[in-house]
Design a protein around this ligand. Structure first.
Ligand code: MTE
Ligand code: CO
Length: 426
């Protein structure tokens, strides 16, 4: 496969000659126009269309703008058999429909343990107690009068790719990798709030507690709390969405999603970790030898090719754009390598857009496809030098008992038809 040449770039366009007027017919490969194929004029060029003829909606007809009706397929999706009840379940981000590094608020995957709490911000309180000099209660207005910051970070659920531990399972990056989103948060640094309460010297851990019906709580070590954590009331320039914890959520950059407590109502300072239900029975990683990893907070470097993928087959021969995401909970993404032939040859992908700390990066490979079968993989390397492992390398160390922290390399088989499938190279 060669890199894009100028001749390929010409192939991407339709000329306004006979072939161009012959109509849409976007089919695999360019077909030569036969002499008896009298070129039919393309009505999309020759006829006046309705949208060109009639007045459209006036301003304020759409007081809160929504995506075009032609984008109806771009939605969060769930997997009905995965969980018993929708109130304690997950919906997945349609990664294959996104671009850039920001997830639109309405497409951010959701993970709730007891449904979406609907809280009037006027009735919301954040309490800080435990090993502090001054136990405090903040209203949302109080928080909005404290020094404010904006940061872009990814949030990945520890169970992302969890169904893939024992082998290729779900057909689509939305389902294999869609428990991740990346937005710009607005709020205050957690340190600012803790400074106001005054941590006692023996305060080593915080307990974060949500106001939803699950009363979800997690232990957070004080070093991380004082480093880069935030209390966010905004995302993507507006208020948090109810699904994401409106009016207040914890932002714990680079760490597993479970600890990003939504509808945050209480922070207690203590001298040791709490042993909450989330920490003892759920978010632990059972190893093959029967022992379990505990407090595996950090999400290691990972990447996925989103296009092509099972939900986004290839439609054209010739020049194509392969696209994907990479991220690391330990810093920034340094490099992403991509193979189209199951690992025989690797090329370095082109990272485009901002490369930020503990945030998604966007990568591309511009390539030619002549209809051959491909085995596509991507491999991320982060600023610590860590390289994303294969799934088999992970299984050797961790076994297959846990559903958490699967950051192994994903493989898509692209067939000659352009359709793609979730596979593993054995
Ligand atoms: N916080 C509360 N209060 N209740 C919850 O159910 N789910 C956690 C975390 N915070 C949860 C919560 C889990 S497991 C994840 S992965 C993230 O929120 C999901 O965040 P999101 O819904 O914004 O994607
Ligand atoms: Co989670």
């Amino acid at each position: 496969m060669s890199d894009t040449s100028s001749a390929d770039i010409l192939n991407r366009r339709r000329f306004l000659g006979a072939a161009g007027l012959a109509g849409a017919g976007a089919v695999l490969g360019a077909r030569p126009v036969k002499a008896d194929d009298a070129p039919k004029p393309d009505p999309l060029i020759t006829e006046v269309q309705d949208w060109n003829r009639y007045l459209g909606d006036g301003v304020a007809k759409r007081p809160y703008g929504m995506p075009s009706k032609f984008e109806k397929h771009v939605i969060r999706r769930d997997v009905s058999w995965l969980t018993a009840a929708p109130e304690s379940s997950v919906s997945f981000t349609p990664l294959h429909e996104l671009d850039g590094i920001i997830t639109p608020s309405g497409l951010c995957f959701e993970r709730h343990h007891a449904g979406i709490a609907e809280i009037n911000p006027a009735d919301h309180r954040l309490m800080i107690n435990g090993l502090v000099d001054r136990p405090l209660v903040f209203t949302m207005d109080d928080l909005r009068r404290m020094p404010r910051v904006n940061k872009i970070h990814f949030l990945e659920c520890a169970a992302n790719s969890g169904m893939e531990w024992r082998g290729a399972q779900l057909n689509g990056c939305q389902f294999t990798h869609g428990m991740i989103h990346s937005v710009m948060y607005t709020g205050v640094m957690l340190k600012t709030v803790l400074d106001e309460a005054g941590l006692k010297p023996n305060a080593k851990w915080l307990m974060l507690e949500g106001a939803d019906a699950s009363g979800m709580n997690r232990s957070l070590p004080i070093e991380k709390a004082l480093d880069d954590c935030m209390l966010a009331f905004g995302m993507n320039g507006e208020a948090l969405r109810p699904e994401q914890g409106y009016p207040l959520r914890a932002v714990i950059p680079g760490w597993e999603g479970n600890i990003w407590v939504k509808w945050l109502r209480r922070i207690e300072a203590g001298d040791k970790p709490w042993q909450t239900r989330e920490e003892t029975s759920k978010y632990t990683d059972l190893l093959a030898n029967g022992r379990a990893r505990w407090h595996t907070f950090v999400m290691d470097a990972k990447s996925v090719v989103t296009n092509p993928s099972p939900q986004a087959p290839l439609r054209h021969k010739g020049p194509n754009v392969l696209a994907g995401f990479a991220w690391s909970g330990r810093g920034s993404v340094k490099r992403v390598d991509v193979t189209l032939d199951g690992g025989r040859n690797w090329r370095t992908a082109r990272i485009d857009g901002p490369v930020l700390d503990k945030s998604l990066v966007r990568f591309y490979v511009d390539f030619d496809w002549n209809g051959q079968e491909m085995m596509i993989q991507s491999r991320a390397m982060d600023s610590t030098g860590y390289v994303q492992p294969t799934k088999d390398e992970l299984r050797k160390v961790r076994g297959v008992n846990s559903i958490y922290h699967n950051n192994g390399i994903q493989t898509w088989l692209v067939r000659a038809t352009g359709e793609a499938e979730n596979v593993e190279i054995g």
